[in-house]
Design a protein around this ligand. Sequence first.
Ligand code: BGP
Length: 468
Amino acid sequence: MMFPNNFLWGASTSAYQCEGAATSYGKGLSVMDVSSVFQECGVTDVEVASDHYHRFIEDISLMAEMGFKAYRFSVSWSRILPNGIGEVNEEGIAHYHRVLDELEKHHIEPIVTMYHFDLPLALQDKGGWSNRSTIDAFTEYASVLFSHFGDRIKYWLTINEQNMMIIHGDALGTSSHRKVNNEKKDLYQQNHHMLVAQAKVMQLCHKMTDAKIGPAPNISSVYPATPHPDDMLAASNASAIRNWLYLDATVFGKYNSIAWSFMESEGIIPDIHEGDMEVLKSAQPDFIAFNYYSNMTVQRSRGESITQVKDQQMGESEQGYFESVPNHTLNKNEYGWEIDPIGFRYCLREVWDRYSLPMIVTENGLGAKDILVIGDDNIPTVIDDYRIDYLRAHIKQMRLAIEDGCDVFGYCPWSAIDLVSTHQGMNKRYGFIYVNRDEFDLKDLARYKKKSFYWYQSVISKNGTSLD
Ligand code: BGP
């Protein structure tokens, strides 16, 4: 079994994590530029990051050397609209045109995320997603993007990991920290606004362009800790609350009933305006993009939280509904994230079974403390066999999922180049390309090819037929 001929092999980045130039060239601030998470974790901020803003020509030429068919990156909303709405920053528009020129030159398909965690601060100051007017702001931003780039981009992603911003907003640094009466209700109100905004933007995309558009949640299939029916129910709760709430609303245009009954019991049903549900119903994604790092395992809620560490892949629980537990059949990476390639096949099958829409994997990868060494040719490199093993195992399982009948049209692991990790700064690296800087010492920001660079190059050149 082969990967389809036009399979989109590539990799991903996001604007705030790699661009740098966070306060230059007319860009407005975003919530990530002022996020306290980096300081709390004692890691670098995103002022310079990987300096991709200034070095995209070199970076894209390295991606071309790897044979990339696609590059998934995000546009910084506040670089296009410094205040979130209103005045357009022409320098921002010109920048992304230059990025697209470069990609075109190398025949690399751009896959563009419109919003990857970095809400313009000006909008956050007005209440962010709690404020219904952010729906209009996102639609306005989308219309600016479609009118400037609509004829150059075939694949758009609306919102990166909307589900993680709701569930783990504090850890990601996207929370507004506003004082509200009922924090949880406010979160699910934000979620509703994002769902409506996304639906409007999908409609707009179809009206203004010939491009395809889809959501980009973080999906983890959920295993029950034991075959006990209570654990089975807990797994079903977790899946509904973590995954299907988001995708059902996007694809079927309705709230998942299990998630709805959870919101009802918790007293957190969002205010839904007349016409909202019609908007959700009438919008249709063309594909599902999703990020996969690992699945999760849960048991029935015993009323206390089992894990203390909370990030995108760990420690999720909803008192009364489910509780995450470690899966002892799986190995973990050095940051405690479980490694579950077979679960990747399972997850692809589950999403395919449920929605029957073409899928593209927009994140998957291994974060590690890479060590730069001098290679045979006297050029610095990283011998990242651990990353190669991880990616190989996942790509093999993706191939099996395709054999199972899943329609997967692309794979863009995290990340193309090293960039700032949400909690561990430059310490936790994911890239095929090493960026020569430390946490606080910017060094020369030179690019070095890791061992995985050459490995992935060969995988792509053989279209995934030879993985060993
Ligand atoms: C995803 C985010 C990415 C990236 C990735 C790795 O949830 O979409 O932006 O950060 O996780 O996570 P981390 O940087 O925490 O290791």
